[in-house]
Ligand binder design. Structure first.
Ligand SMILES: [Zn+2]
Length: 300
């Protein structure tokens, strides 16, 4: 339990670290992904942008101090109106600019639970702390549960929610004609953070990745929540790493290992060089997975 508190602490510390950094030095760098679709990197989650004669649609908005820079970068791609912004999930490094973009006239779209969670205090019992509700201006105006379709700029865009994974309000955005996906933090560089206090979980994480993989083909371009533009093969490696760690934790629990001993077994050691460079280490991930799965064993 102590370690779990530490993970949450480290997570918040990481987010705070980003929030306190000097945003003056951050550059917003656009990368062309398809004819009228771009990925923008700055500080925080990767932003997706689709431009065209019907107006601009963007995905995620990083931190509030970057809103003017992000808006400026988008306007150099296309000076037209930004009409919609989709939040892939609740976290502040993806939704921090909501108030600012709303004031610019952008309509914000998200999963139902993203709005619900933003409206309420978010207690984190493990941390013994509470995140206050977001300002009214930050709240998504359009929300949905499973699927929502946009038809803009000659493109059919499907928003899909699978199962509780990174959080319980994760949404992926699929540009059908361009074969481009923005998948939020469902897939990212580094080990995933499974945000249990926002309804995330390992079981849904893997089923969600399987549903995503069922949609991708070898030509698909995948914009991850964090990291480089990726492919189906990259998502598959990530999914297989997670499933292997899950399977090993489950096997250890079935063998009667004590949950508190499982993070010390070295289950994630071979994955550490590729995935352990961020704030989540293999042991942290093993601990969160063990915590979720131990209940499923004792019930049998
Ligand atoms: Zn996140």
């Amino acid at each position: 339990m102590k370690k779990l508190v530490l993970i949450n602490f480290l997570f918040c510390f990481a987010l705070q670290g980003q929030a306190q950094q000097n945003f003056d030095t951050v550059k917003i760098r656009p990368l062309k992904v398809a004819e009228n679709i771009y990925m923008l990197r700055g500080s925080g989650g990767n932003i997706g942008v689709m431009i065209g004669r019907d107006g601009t649609l963007m995905i995620d908005d990083q931190f509030a101090p970057l809103s003017n820079k992000i808006n400026g970068a988008i306007k150099t791609l296309d000076p037209g109106e930004i009409r919609f912004q989709i939040n892939t999930h609740i976290h502040g490094d993806h939704t921090g600019g909501n108030e600012n973009f709303r004031k610019m006239g952008v309509t914000i779209v998200a999963h139902n639970v993203v709005r619900e969670r933003m409206m309420k205090e978010q207690p984190n019992p493990r941390l013994n702390r509470t995140t206050p509700p977001r300002d009214r201006e930050a709240l998504p105006e359009i929300t949905f549960s499973d699927r929502l379709n946009f038809h803009l700029n000659g493109e059919d865009i499907e928003l899909a929610h699978f199962d509780p994974a990174h959080t319980d309000g994760d949404v992926i955005v699929h540009f059908k004609n361009a074969n481009v996906y923005h998948v939020g933090d469902l897939f990212r560089s580094g080990y995933p953070f499974i945000d249990v206090s926002s309804g995330g979980g390992i079981t849904g994480y893997i089923t969600s990745l399987d549903k995503l993989l069922g949609m991708l083909d070898d030509n698909s371009k995948v914009i991850p929540g964090h990291g480089e533009l990726s492919t189906k093969a990259d998502v598959k490696i990530f999914r297989d790493m997670l499933a292997d760690i899950r399977d090993q934790v489950l096997a250890a629990l079935k063998k009667g290992k004590k949950p508190e001993d499982i993070p010390g077994l070295g289950i994630a050691d071979k994955y550490e060089p590729k995935w352990g460079g961020g704030f989540v280490k293999g042991k942290d991930l093993v601990l969160v997975i063990t915590d979720e799965l131990k209940g499923t064993i004792t019930k049998k």
